[in-house]
Design a binder for this molecule. Structure first.
Ligand SMILES: Cc1cc2nc3c(=O)[nH]c(=O)nc-3n(C[C@H](O)[C@H](O)[C@H](O)COP(=O)(O)O)c2cc1C
Length: 305
Protein backbone atom coordinates (compact mmCIF):
# COMPACT_ATOMS: atom_id res chain seq x y z
CA UNK A 1 0.00 0.00 0.00
CA UNK A 2 1.27 3.44 -0.89
CA UNK A 3 1.63 5.83 2.03
CA UNK A 4 0.34 8.75 0.03
CA UNK A 5 -3.21 8.20 -1.03
CA UNK A 6 -6.24 10.32 -1.76
CA UNK A 7 -9.75 10.44 -0.28
CA UNK A 8 -12.64 10.20 -2.70
CA UNK A 9 -15.58 12.49 -2.09
CA UNK A 10 -19.21 11.94 -3.02
CA UNK A 11 -20.12 15.60 -3.49
CA UNK A 12 -23.85 14.82 -3.63
CA UNK A 13 -23.72 13.38 -0.13
CA UNK A 14 -21.35 15.91 1.43
CA UNK A 15 -23.23 18.40 3.61
CA UNK A 16 -20.15 20.52 4.24
CA UNK A 17 -20.33 19.98 8.01
CA UNK A 18 -16.54 20.10 8.21
CA UNK A 19 -16.13 17.31 10.79
CA UNK A 20 -13.58 15.65 8.54
CA UNK A 21 -11.36 18.74 8.68
CA UNK A 22 -11.05 18.45 12.44
CA UNK A 23 -9.72 14.89 12.35
CA UNK A 24 -7.45 15.07 9.30
CA UNK A 25 -3.82 14.94 10.53
CA UNK A 26 -2.35 16.24 7.28
CA UNK A 27 -4.66 19.09 6.22
CA UNK A 28 -5.49 17.21 3.05
CA UNK A 29 -9.06 18.54 3.06
CA UNK A 30 -10.50 22.03 2.87
CA UNK A 31 -13.95 23.57 3.04
CA UNK A 32 -14.75 25.80 0.07
CA UNK A 33 -18.18 27.25 -0.69
CA UNK A 34 -19.83 24.87 1.72
CA UNK A 35 -18.29 21.73 0.19
CA UNK A 36 -15.25 19.71 1.09
CA UNK A 37 -12.42 19.79 -1.41
CA UNK A 38 -9.09 18.03 -1.48
CA UNK A 39 -6.60 20.75 -0.73
CA UNK A 40 -3.35 18.91 -1.21
CA UNK A 41 -1.71 15.53 -1.66
CA UNK A 42 -0.76 15.03 2.00
CA UNK A 43 -3.25 12.27 2.73
CA UNK A 44 -1.72 9.10 4.18
CA UNK A 45 -4.92 7.12 4.25
CA UNK A 46 -5.68 7.08 7.99
CA UNK A 47 -9.39 6.88 7.06
CA UNK A 48 -10.40 9.14 9.96
CA UNK A 49 -12.31 11.49 7.63
CA UNK A 50 -14.40 8.58 6.34
CA UNK A 51 -14.90 7.25 9.86
CA UNK A 52 -16.22 10.56 11.18
CA UNK A 53 -18.38 11.60 8.18
CA UNK A 54 -22.08 11.43 9.18
CA UNK A 55 -23.12 11.32 5.50
CA UNK A 56 -20.73 8.52 4.49
CA UNK A 57 -19.48 10.82 1.73
CA UNK A 58 -15.77 9.93 1.90
CA UNK A 59 -13.99 6.79 0.76
CA UNK A 60 -10.31 5.91 0.77
CA UNK A 61 -9.82 3.18 -1.77
CA UNK A 62 -6.53 1.83 -0.40
CA UNK A 63 -8.08 0.76 2.93
CA UNK A 64 -11.25 -1.03 3.92
CA UNK A 65 -12.84 -2.06 7.19
CA UNK A 66 -13.70 -5.27 5.31
CA UNK A 67 -10.04 -6.25 5.75
CA UNK A 68 -10.71 -6.40 9.49
CA UNK A 69 -13.44 -9.02 9.24
CA UNK A 70 -12.40 -12.10 11.18
CA UNK A 71 -13.22 -15.72 10.45
CA UNK A 72 -13.24 -16.90 14.06
CA UNK A 73 -14.48 -13.88 16.02
CA UNK A 74 -17.92 -12.33 15.57
CA UNK A 75 -17.75 -8.62 16.36
CA UNK A 76 -21.11 -7.78 14.81
CA UNK A 77 -19.25 -4.92 13.11
CA UNK A 78 -19.82 -2.97 16.29
CA UNK A 79 -17.61 -0.01 16.99
CA UNK A 80 -17.13 1.24 20.53
CA UNK A 81 -17.04 5.01 20.89
CA UNK A 82 -14.74 6.63 23.45
CA UNK A 83 -15.47 5.53 26.99
CA UNK A 84 -17.86 2.74 26.05
CA UNK A 85 -15.75 -0.24 26.94
CA UNK A 86 -15.64 -1.76 30.39
CA UNK A 87 -12.26 -0.45 31.58
CA UNK A 88 -12.04 -2.95 34.43
CA UNK A 89 -12.51 -5.78 31.96
CA UNK A 90 -9.78 -4.42 29.71
CA UNK A 91 -7.38 -3.97 32.60
CA UNK A 92 -8.12 -7.52 33.73
CA UNK A 93 -7.17 -8.74 30.27
CA UNK A 94 -3.98 -6.65 30.35
CA UNK A 95 -2.81 -8.02 33.66
CA UNK A 96 -3.98 -11.54 32.96
CA UNK A 97 -1.83 -11.99 29.84
CA UNK A 98 1.23 -14.02 30.77
CA UNK A 99 4.13 -15.27 28.74
CA UNK A 100 3.35 -18.95 28.33
CA UNK A 101 6.22 -21.44 28.41
CA UNK A 102 4.32 -24.70 28.55
CA UNK A 103 2.11 -25.87 25.72
CA UNK A 104 0.05 -28.92 24.81
CA UNK A 105 0.63 -30.63 21.45
CA UNK A 106 -2.76 -29.51 20.18
CA UNK A 107 -2.23 -27.28 17.13
CA UNK A 108 -3.66 -23.77 16.76
CA UNK A 109 -6.10 -23.62 13.84
CA UNK A 110 -4.84 -21.74 10.76
CA UNK A 111 -7.98 -19.58 10.71
CA UNK A 112 -7.14 -18.44 14.25
CA UNK A 113 -3.52 -17.69 13.32
CA UNK A 114 -4.67 -15.65 10.32
CA UNK A 115 -7.21 -13.79 12.44
CA UNK A 116 -4.47 -12.96 14.92
CA UNK A 117 -2.44 -11.44 12.07
CA UNK A 118 -5.48 -9.35 11.08
CA UNK A 119 -5.89 -8.28 14.70
CA UNK A 120 -2.23 -7.20 14.52
CA UNK A 121 -3.14 -4.76 11.74
CA UNK A 122 -5.62 -3.02 14.06
CA UNK A 123 -2.63 -1.43 15.83
CA UNK A 124 -1.46 2.10 15.12
CA UNK A 125 1.51 2.54 12.76
CA UNK A 126 3.84 5.50 12.17
CA UNK A 127 2.36 7.78 9.47
CA UNK A 128 -0.21 5.00 9.02
CA UNK A 129 2.29 3.12 6.88
CA UNK A 130 0.81 -0.32 7.75
CA UNK A 131 3.90 -1.99 6.29
CA UNK A 132 3.56 -5.06 8.46
CA UNK A 133 4.20 -8.58 7.30
CA UNK A 134 3.03 -11.60 9.29
CA UNK A 135 4.86 -14.84 8.62
CA UNK A 136 3.08 -17.82 10.13
CA UNK A 137 5.07 -20.90 11.11
CA UNK A 138 2.01 -23.11 11.37
CA UNK A 139 3.03 -26.42 12.92
CA UNK A 140 5.21 -27.96 15.59
CA UNK A 141 7.39 -29.62 12.94
CA UNK A 142 7.88 -26.35 11.04
CA UNK A 143 8.76 -24.68 14.34
CA UNK A 144 11.31 -27.39 15.13
CA UNK A 145 12.92 -26.88 11.69
CA UNK A 146 12.99 -23.13 12.32
CA UNK A 147 14.45 -23.76 15.78
CA UNK A 148 17.24 -25.83 14.19
CA UNK A 149 18.27 -22.80 12.11
CA UNK A 150 18.27 -20.59 15.20
CA UNK A 151 20.16 -23.28 17.15
CA UNK A 152 22.89 -23.48 14.52
CA UNK A 153 23.34 -19.72 14.71
CA UNK A 154 23.80 -19.87 18.50
CA UNK A 155 26.19 -22.83 18.23
CA UNK A 156 28.42 -20.68 16.01
CA UNK A 157 28.03 -17.62 18.23
CA UNK A 158 28.83 -19.61 21.37
CA UNK A 159 31.99 -21.07 19.76
CA UNK A 160 33.08 -17.57 18.80
CA UNK A 161 32.26 -16.08 22.21
CA UNK A 162 34.21 -18.86 23.97
CA UNK A 163 37.33 -17.77 22.08
CA UNK A 164 39.34 -15.28 24.25
CA UNK A 165 41.01 -13.74 21.18
CA UNK A 166 37.64 -13.01 19.60
CA UNK A 167 36.44 -11.43 22.86
CA UNK A 168 39.59 -9.29 23.03
CA UNK A 169 39.03 -8.14 19.45
CA UNK A 170 35.43 -7.32 20.33
CA UNK A 171 36.52 -5.38 23.42
CA UNK A 172 38.97 -3.31 21.39
CA UNK A 173 36.90 -2.70 18.28
CA UNK A 174 33.25 -3.66 18.86
CA UNK A 175 32.37 -2.07 22.20
CA UNK A 176 32.72 -5.49 23.84
CA UNK A 177 29.49 -6.85 22.38
CA UNK A 178 30.86 -10.39 22.32
CA UNK A 179 32.13 -10.11 25.89
CA UNK A 180 28.75 -8.90 27.03
CA UNK A 181 27.08 -11.84 25.29
CA UNK A 182 29.60 -14.23 26.82
CA UNK A 183 29.02 -13.03 30.37
CA UNK A 184 25.23 -12.70 30.10
CA UNK A 185 24.05 -15.49 27.80
CA UNK A 186 26.76 -17.98 26.85
CA UNK A 187 26.17 -20.50 29.66
CA UNK A 188 22.38 -20.24 29.38
CA UNK A 189 22.47 -20.82 25.63
CA UNK A 190 24.99 -23.64 25.95
CA UNK A 191 22.66 -25.33 28.42
CA UNK A 192 19.64 -24.86 26.12
CA UNK A 193 21.52 -26.29 23.15
CA UNK A 194 22.61 -29.29 25.24
CA UNK A 195 19.11 -29.92 26.57
CA UNK A 196 17.73 -29.87 23.03
CA UNK A 197 20.36 -32.18 21.54
CA UNK A 198 20.36 -34.66 24.46
CA UNK A 199 16.73 -34.67 25.59
CA UNK A 200 14.84 -32.90 22.79
CA UNK A 201 13.79 -30.23 25.31
CA UNK A 202 12.80 -27.06 23.47
CA UNK A 203 14.03 -24.14 25.57
CA UNK A 204 13.74 -21.77 22.62
CA UNK A 205 10.05 -22.01 21.71
CA UNK A 206 9.04 -23.86 24.90
CA UNK A 207 7.19 -26.55 22.92
CA UNK A 208 4.88 -24.07 21.17
CA UNK A 209 3.00 -25.38 18.15
CA UNK A 210 3.13 -22.26 15.98
CA UNK A 211 4.75 -18.86 15.64
CA UNK A 212 3.89 -15.54 14.08
CA UNK A 213 6.85 -13.46 12.95
CA UNK A 214 5.95 -9.79 12.76
CA UNK A 215 8.06 -7.89 10.27
CA UNK A 216 7.94 -4.74 8.23
CA UNK A 217 8.40 -4.04 4.55
CA UNK A 218 10.61 -1.12 3.46
CA UNK A 219 9.12 2.34 3.84
CA UNK A 220 7.77 2.17 7.38
CA UNK A 221 8.67 5.31 9.32
CA UNK A 222 8.77 3.55 12.71
CA UNK A 223 9.20 -0.15 11.84
CA UNK A 224 10.06 -1.56 15.27
CA UNK A 225 7.34 0.34 17.07
CA UNK A 226 4.79 -0.72 14.46
CA UNK A 227 5.76 -4.37 14.83
CA UNK A 228 5.73 -4.33 18.63
CA UNK A 229 2.33 -2.68 18.77
CA UNK A 230 0.93 -5.29 16.37
CA UNK A 231 2.54 -7.99 18.50
CA UNK A 232 0.92 -6.66 21.65
CA UNK A 233 -2.49 -6.79 19.93
CA UNK A 234 -1.77 -10.40 19.02
CA UNK A 235 -0.67 -11.48 22.49
CA UNK A 236 -3.72 -9.90 24.15
CA UNK A 237 -6.21 -11.29 21.63
CA UNK A 238 -4.57 -14.71 21.85
CA UNK A 239 -4.98 -14.67 25.63
CA UNK A 240 -8.66 -13.84 25.26
CA UNK A 241 -8.99 -16.77 22.81
CA UNK A 242 -7.36 -19.21 25.21
CA UNK A 243 -4.04 -19.31 23.38
CA UNK A 244 -0.73 -18.86 25.17
CA UNK A 245 1.99 -16.67 23.67
CA UNK A 246 5.62 -15.88 24.36
CA UNK A 247 7.79 -13.33 22.59
CA UNK A 248 11.09 -14.93 21.58
CA UNK A 249 13.83 -12.30 21.50
CA UNK A 250 16.49 -14.97 20.99
CA UNK A 251 14.95 -15.80 17.60
CA UNK A 252 14.76 -12.13 16.58
CA UNK A 253 18.41 -11.59 17.47
CA UNK A 254 19.50 -14.64 15.46
CA UNK A 255 17.52 -13.52 12.42
CA UNK A 256 18.91 -10.01 12.67
CA UNK A 257 22.49 -11.27 12.64
CA UNK A 258 22.08 -14.17 10.21
CA UNK A 259 19.91 -13.13 7.29
CA UNK A 260 20.08 -16.62 5.77
CA UNK A 261 17.50 -17.76 8.37
CA UNK A 262 15.03 -15.30 6.90
CA UNK A 263 15.75 -16.59 3.39
CA UNK A 264 15.17 -20.17 4.56
CA UNK A 265 11.72 -19.14 5.74
CA UNK A 266 10.93 -17.60 2.35
CA UNK A 267 10.75 -14.07 3.76
CA UNK A 268 11.99 -11.46 1.25
CA UNK A 269 15.36 -9.94 2.18
CA UNK A 270 13.83 -6.47 1.94
CA UNK A 271 11.77 -7.14 5.06
CA UNK A 272 12.96 -6.98 8.66
CA UNK A 273 11.66 -9.25 11.39
CA UNK A 274 11.18 -7.42 14.70
CA UNK A 275 9.11 -9.81 16.79
CA UNK A 276 8.72 -13.56 16.99
CA UNK A 277 5.65 -14.74 18.89
CA UNK A 278 5.50 -18.41 19.88
CA UNK A 279 1.93 -19.66 20.32
CA UNK A 280 0.06 -22.72 21.40
CA UNK A 281 -2.65 -24.12 23.60
CA UNK A 282 -1.41 -23.57 27.17
CA UNK A 283 -0.53 -26.56 29.34
CA UNK A 284 -0.38 -24.33 32.41
CA UNK A 285 -3.03 -22.41 34.31
CA UNK A 286 -1.91 -19.34 36.22
CA UNK A 287 -3.79 -18.72 39.42
CA UNK A 288 -3.02 -15.04 39.86
CA UNK A 289 -1.37 -12.18 37.98
CA UNK A 290 2.39 -11.71 38.16
CA UNK A 291 3.68 -8.78 40.21
CA UNK A 292 5.31 -5.74 38.72
CA UNK A 293 7.84 -3.18 39.89
CA UNK A 294 6.24 0.13 40.81
CA UNK A 295 5.67 2.42 37.84
CA UNK A 296 8.21 5.26 37.69
CA UNK A 297 6.04 8.28 37.17
CA UNK A 298 7.17 11.88 36.91
CA UNK A 299 5.66 15.14 35.85
CA UNK A 300 7.56 17.42 33.54
CA UNK A 301 7.37 21.19 33.45
CA UNK A 302 9.96 22.20 30.84
CA UNK A 303 12.02 25.22 31.80
CA UNK A 304 11.38 28.19 29.57
CA UNK A 305 14.35 29.13 27.42
C1 LIG B 1 11.26 -8.11 23.54
C2 LIG B 1 11.03 -9.34 24.37
C3 LIG B 1 11.78 -10.48 24.15
C4 LIG B 1 11.54 -11.64 24.90
N1 LIG B 1 12.25 -12.76 24.63
C5 LIG B 1 11.99 -13.90 25.30
C6 LIG B 1 12.67 -15.13 24.98
O1 LIG B 1 13.53 -15.19 24.09
N2 LIG B 1 12.34 -16.24 25.67
C7 LIG B 1 11.38 -16.23 26.65
O2 LIG B 1 11.11 -17.27 27.24
N3 LIG B 1 10.72 -15.09 27.00
C8 LIG B 1 10.99 -13.94 26.34
N4 LIG B 1 10.30 -12.78 26.62
C9 LIG B 1 9.26 -12.80 27.66
C10 LIG B 1 9.66 -12.04 28.92
O3 LIG B 1 10.58 -12.79 29.65
C11 LIG B 1 8.38 -11.73 29.70
O4 LIG B 1 7.57 -10.88 28.96
C12 LIG B 1 8.66 -11.10 31.07
O5 LIG B 1 9.30 -12.01 31.91
C13 LIG B 1 7.37 -10.64 31.74
O6 LIG B 1 6.48 -11.74 31.92
P1 LIG B 1 5.00 -11.72 31.31
O7 LIG B 1 5.12 -11.65 29.81
O8 LIG B 1 4.39 -13.00 31.76
O9 LIG B 1 4.28 -10.51 31.83
C14 LIG B 1 10.53 -11.63 25.89
C15 LIG B 1 9.78 -10.47 26.11
C16 LIG B 1 10.01 -9.35 25.35
C17 LIG B 1 9.17 -8.12 25.59
Amino acid sequence: MENLTRPRLDADRCTGCGLCLDVCPSDALALENGTITLSREGCFGCDHCAAVCPAGAITIDSVSTGNLTLATVETGGRWLPFGEFDTALLVRLLYSRRSCRSFTEEPVEKAVLEDLARIGTMAPSGTNSQRWSFTIVPSRQALLDYGQLIGRFYERLNRLAANPAARLFSRLFMRDRLGHYYRRYHAQVEDALRQFSQAGRDKLFHGATAAILVGTEPGASCPREDALLAAQNITLAAHAMGIGTCLIGFAVEAMRRDRSIQRSLGIPGTEDIHTVIALGKPAVAYLRPAGRKPAKIRYAFPSKT
